[in-house]
Design a protein. Structure first.
Length: 435
């Protein structure tokens, strides 16, 4: 079976799709934060706030001048202090001339040209005291830029965290599926072949799970087939043992009769010897067919190799049963209603079936009660009936192996077997359809 995965459902494509989706979501989230941050910044950042910050830095600058006794000509210390603040630009004017500009440290060239100051209405000038006298200082603070920079860094961090969480959650779903597969494989290793592998999605992992589940089904089927084979072999051995025991019982009976001299003349001796020979041949036939039965399996195959008239086939075997039962001390009543219709049977199976029936009657029937044997020819087939009363003295439990053999052989001859057992009355009926 081919478990090829469509490229659009590949794990690589799914990962790229996850990254793109995470990037778009986090990008939209960053844009939303920036938009909201600008609104908040415009609401918070006012002229009063800027003036407040300017006053704070002017105060710091005056303190630095006083502590280090700086003059307007100490450009290097002044420039160093301004750079340490990072967020302001400073210009110093003395005698209406620009003497220091933190943005253009080489302002001395301008001073030499004696450039006069240009005062702007929008700019605030603060008077500070230096070592060489008073001067005016202008401060330009980049406070809004600083706040925007801090917010942008924060928004980037939050957006990246969102991107990371989305990717992790997407990967976690795949990792969770892998963990599920590992647990389910462990269940299969424990021997539970009825547990179905979870198949989720359409990627390579799904194909792997589908393959594992199909392998589970195949292995389960193989295991069940092996169990059925073992069961069939066990049944075969049991059936063959039972079938061999039946002619062996007859051999023992006739051998015992001969050894005890319970016969009337040479004619009956030859009759017993002939029956012993028949039973011996039957045992040989059973052992020869052992491999054939091994190949039949659980249900066997149809077998009917002899066609003949109803009387021709059944009269002799029924007569032999009646004689055999009478020799074992039973009273037998026999009724028949023959016609000219034909049936198709297996001679081997017929012999085995009637041997099983006779053996069971001898074992379980009450010898004080009459045995009823009848052959009834109907419209579609002939029915052979055997009825007896079970003995109260012999309560040996039957394992029904012989009955099972009879039913199996009747089915293989396209017939049927029905059993009735009620109030110690046992009745077995064999039905053979006409051709």
């Amino acid at each position: 079976m081919n478990y090829a995965t469509n490229k659009k459902h590949s794990i690589y494509v799914e990962l790229i799709r996850l990254l793109v989706i995470a990037f778009l979501i986090s990008g939209a989230f960053f844009a939303l934060l920036c938009y909201g941050g600008n609104i908040m910044l415009n609401m918070y950042y006012t002229d009063e706030y800027q003036q407040q910050k300017d006053h704070e830095y002017i105060a710091k600058m005056q303190k630095e001048i006083d502590e280090k006794d700086l003059s307007t000509k100490d450009t290097d210390p002044l420039l160093k202090w301004v750079k340490s603040q990072r967020v302001i630009l400073v210009q110093i004017y003395k005698n209406d001339k620009l003497v220091f500009d933190s943005e253009y440290p080489d302002v001395q060239e301008i001073i030499d040209e004696e450039t006069e100051i240009n005062y702007y209405d929008w700019q605030t000038y603060y008077e500070l005291t230096f070592a060489d006298g008073k001067a005016y200082v202008s401060v330009f603070g980049l406070y809004q830029y600083q706040m925007m920079t801090y917010m942008t860094i924060t928004w980037l961090f939050l957006s990246f965290a969102l991107f990371f969480c989305i990717v992790i959650l997407g990967i976690r779903r795949t990792m969770s599926y892998i963990h599920t597969l590992c647990e389910e494989i462990g269940i299969l290793e424990g021997g539970d072949l009825n547990y179905e592998i979870t198949v989720r999605g359409k990627n390579e992992l799904s194909s792997l799970a589908k393959g594992l589940d199909d392998m589970r089904k195949a292995f389960k089927e193989k295991t069940e087939n092996e169990a059925r084979i073992v069961k069939a072999n066990k049944k075969l051995i049991t059936e063959m043992s039972h079938d061999l025991r039946t002619p062996l019982t007859s051999l023992m009976i006739y051998s015992e009769l001969l050894s005890q001299g319970k016969y009337d003349g040479e004619q009956q001796v030859r009759e017993y010897a002939e029956k012993i020979n028949k039973k011996t041949l039957k045992m040989k036939q059973l052992t020869d067919h052992l491999f054939e039965y091994a190949l039949l399996g659980e249900n066997g195959i149809e077998k009917a190799d002899f066609t003949g008239g109803v009387r021709e086939i059944f009269y002799d075997v029924l007569s032999d049963i009646c004689a055999y039962l009478e020799q074992n001390g039973f009273k037998v009543s026999f009724e028949s209603d023959w016609n000219e219709r034909n049936v198709c049977v297996s001679e081997e199976y017929i012999s085995r079936i009637f041997d099983n029936i006779a053996s069971n009657i001898v074992k379980y029937a009450d010898p004080d009660k009459s045995i009823s044997v009848s052959a009834v020819c109907g419209d579609s087939g002939v029915e052979l009936r055997f009825e007896n009363v079970c003995s109260d003295k012999n309560k040996t439990e039957s394992n029904n192996i012989g009955i099972g053999n009879i039913k199996s052989m009747m089915e293989q001859m396209k017939g049927s077997c029905r059993i009735y057992n009620d109030n110690n009355i046992f009745n077995i009926s064999l039905y053979f359809p006409y051709i």
